[in-house]
Design a protein. Sequence first.
Lengths: 98, 173
Amino acid sequence: MTDASDRTRTPDPAGEPRGELDGLLDAWAARHQLGTQDAERLLAGILGPDPATTPVAPMAPVAPAALPATWWAQLSQQVAAAVVLGTSRPDTGVASAA
Amino acid sequence: VSRDDRAAFTLLFREQHRGVHAFLLGRTSDPETAHDLLQETFLRAWRRFDDLAELPPQRQTAWLYTVARNLVVDGYRAAATRRATLAAVAQDRHTQRDGPDAADASVARDELARVDAAIGRLPVDERTILTMSVVGGLTSGQIGDALDLPAGTVRSKLHQARTRLGHALEVPA
């Protein structure tokens, strides 16, 4: 990128002083160049946060009473109720009229 | 999106953003628009990075400059001209308000404003090549690759641009 043999600006062979135009162009370029910080900010804006390095927010402690119901807890209750129902009605071999 | 993608895109951005920014600055003559379009160019590159990553480096470069060129053509030039005009008006007002204490700064600012204006009057292809050289720091070969021009043509246009500028600013090119 900075191959001196292929620079498009006025070459500066053997320390020859650069022209006045080069001085003006250098000042003009410095005014317009994108700074490293601006470039990195722009890059960060494009990429967004890195999911692999973004720390997960710590969870607040949850009181036991406030724990959400889970499918397995509900299923467990249903199974227990079915067992209780099944054992509380002896099989008489007679179909219920109801 | 994998971490490898982010790393590869970061590398592409760091290698190419100066050149693309200088290209956009040369085409629009408006720093703010150039910045906005630079962001838009790389945003599109990131959205399409799955495809872009498959291309060899030279075609990735060509892709970026094609997108940048299309963005300029797609109506941004008019907005840039409007903003440049407003900025010039604001600059005039600012200069008129300056007191004698600001004389040195004002001279330097006037000098850069003259360079700005002279570069702004160059033909767009010469201005773009000059900007890519002095702001982007690209070699004639790199500019040629980006603009699909032979390096000799780039050098010739750069020489023409410098000659015109030298005349306009009354300094030796």
